[in-house]
Design a protein. Structure first.
Lengths: 290, 284
């Protein structure tokens, strides 16, 4: 154990984060660590056959570890699949051994097929639900049992999506992410007496490797009905122009840190009576007519 | 370095309750405060409103945490009064960065006995008062060209029916419509507009003799309570079951934490959000 007392808005808390090797998950880990939390992190660190875009690698996770430690936090980081309760529980056991408790859960890991309704197979549809919905159930159940037993409350944050409010060409992803809202509401109602809060965050467009990759460049070109992009930069510029009119604020997307700021608020005791909230961090995406 | 260091916040209904709490919390985090309150009772509204002494107490509390404040008696039903207060604030501290439209009243009348005059007054304070508040502050925000955050205090009564709140719930629903439309219009200026949807907050808006009648009718066969403690205990029992987290109310500080978050640059991409700070009231 360190000899110094942690300071910050989540000082002394322990946060469990899935999909933490890169993108939003990494940003949440670093932000919470910079405000005094210790981190239990997992990521599948391999590609999934049905998923459209490349997933993170173990090298990405090593970078998360480096950044969390540089921010002053401690971290237990492991390769694990949210579809496997056994793998999750093994990581949690190691995290509990190291830090003794779990105060915060951030269910962030997700996958997407990027196919239209008529093109997606039921197997692909179910594969997305396996990660984005059943994977969230798997992520929260063991920590919830721990939190109830410990009787110190807790904060569970499910990363939903702005697609819950607006039509987008991703039926598998939309179905799973929207289901998280009602799952969170039921869980919040059940766990209120235990002072365990359950909230969702609905990000709008966030520029992470999930969008910023060559495979998604092909998808963007297909959706826009144009020839392939010559470069990653050209793809980014096209996405910015494509997304910006859908937002109230004059931006195409928000940075991962913007989502992490909301995660921090919901993880901290500043929001001690906030539960079953859908917190949109979306530059006004949800409420703007297309 | 505070979380709203150097910002200037204009707060209505700031003499007591939530408004005072927002002023103190924002000042703790480095903001300068321009505070207004009507500071007298209103004929059409039975509940007692704040006083000049209350507003002076807000000044003392803001200054005690190291904040700067200009506090003026001004009515949200009078645009010229609001504009005068804003002008003084801008002259002293610079352009407004944050608006907290907090002033509100409730009549607590059943519908048959709710007079048109009272209905109109509630709408005039709670909805048109928000229009005037934004109207007074916006020119300085747009002219400064550095964006801003407008926070409208709406209510959980937007999501669930509550007894004796027809005037109040209607006005607070209107606030959400105003919020969304303003968010769309002001987005290009980087002015974010959000509302907060509190459930019950223990302030004078419920901790008073008018609301005491509501509680005694519901919980005590219409008999008055002997002490405030007994009344609050009954009120807690009346309300707690409506919340996922079984408490009767949140503290003013809990709403202020939401105000601070939305006022700060941590929320720089959050606009058109209805932030519920409600113990799970809206979802239950």
């Amino acid at each position: 154990m360190g000899s110094t007392v942690a300071t910050g808005r989540v000082a002394g808390k322990v946060a469990f984060i899935t999909g933490a090797a890169r993108g939003q998950g990494r940003s949440h880990a670093v932000k919470l660590a910079s405000e005094g939390a210790d981190i239990i992190a997992l990521d599948i660190c391999e590609d999934l056959p049905f998923a459209h875009s490349p997933h993170a690698t173990w090298a990405d996770m090593e970078e998360t570890v480096r950044l969390v430690e540089a921010a002053g936090g401690r971290i237990v980081a492991r390769k694990a699949d949210v579809r496997s309760r056994e793998q999750i529980d093994a990581v949690l056991a190691e995290g509990l051994e190291a830090f003794g408790k779990i105060d915060v859960v951030i269910a962030n890991a997700a996958a997407i097929a990027y196919k239209n309704v008529l093109d997606i197979t039921v197997e692909e549809f179910e594969a997305t639900l396996d990660v984005n919905l059943h994977g969230v159930f798997n992520t929260v159940q063991t920590p919830v049992r721990h939190m109830i037993e410990r009787n110190e409350g807790g904060s569970i944050i499910l990363i939903s999506s702005g697609v819950a409010y607006r039509a987008t060409p991703s039926p598998d992803y939309s179905a799973a992410k929207t289901a998280l809202i009602t799952f969170a509401r039921a869980l919040a109602n059940e766990l209120g007496p235990n002072r365990i809060r359950v909230n969702t965050i609905e990000p709008g467009y966030v520029l992470t490797p999930a969008l910023d990759n060559d495979k998604y460049g092909e998808r963007t070109a297909e959706l826009l009905g144009r020839e392939p992009f010559a470069s990653r930069e050209e793809h980014r510029a096209a996405m910015w122009d494509q997304f910006k009119p859908r937002n109230m604020l004059p931006v195409g997307w928000v940075e991962p840190e913007a989502i992490s700021n909301a995660v921090l608020w919901l993880a901290s005791d500043e929001s001690r009576y906030v539960t079953a909230e859908e917190l949109k961090v979306d530059a006004g995406f949800a409420d703007k007519s297309a | 370095m505070g979380r709203v260091e150097g910002k200037v916040a204009f707060i209505t209904g700031a003499a007591r309750g939530q408004g005072r709490s927002h002023a103190v919390r924002l000042a703790e985090e480095g903001a300068s405060i321009v505070a207004v309150d009507v500071c007298h009772d209103i004929d059409e509204i039975a509940m007692p409103l704040a006083t000049r002494e209350d507003l002076e107490q807000t000044v003392r509390e803001v200054e005690a945490v190291g904040g700067r404040i200009i506090a003026r008696e001004a009515d949200v039903c009078d645009l010229a009064q609001l504009e005068a207060a804003v002008a003084e604030g801008v002259a002293a501290f610079g352009p407004i960065d944050v608006v907290v439209a907090n002033a509100g009243v409730a009549a607590y009348k059943d519908f048959p006995s709710l007079s048109e005059a009272t209905w109109r007054k509630t709408i005039d304070v709670n909805l048109t008062g928000v229009y005037r508040t934004v109207k007074a502050a916006l020119p300085s925000m747009v002219a400064a060209g550095k964006g801003g955050s407008i926070i409208l205090i709406s209510s959980g009564s937007v999501f669930r029916g509550g007894g004796l709140l027809t005037d109040y719930a209607t006005s607070k629903n209107g606030v959400v419509g105003l919020m969304r439309s303003l968010a769309l219009e002001l987005g290009p200026h980087w002015i974010r507009v959000n509302s907060i949807m509190p459930s019950t907050v223990l302030t004078k808006i419920v901790d008073n003799e008018v609301f005491a009648t509501v509680v005694s009718n519901a919980m005590n066969n219409g008999q008055p309570f002997e002490t405030r403690e007994q009344r609050l205990e009954a009120m807690n029992a009346m309300i707690a079951s409506r919340h996922m987290i079984p408490r009767g109310w949140v503290d003013t500080r809990d709403i202020s934490e939401g105000v601070l978050f939305l006022a700060s640059d941590d929320a720089k991409y959050i606009t058109s959000e209805s932030l519920r700070i409600d113990l799970g009231f809206a979802g239950k």
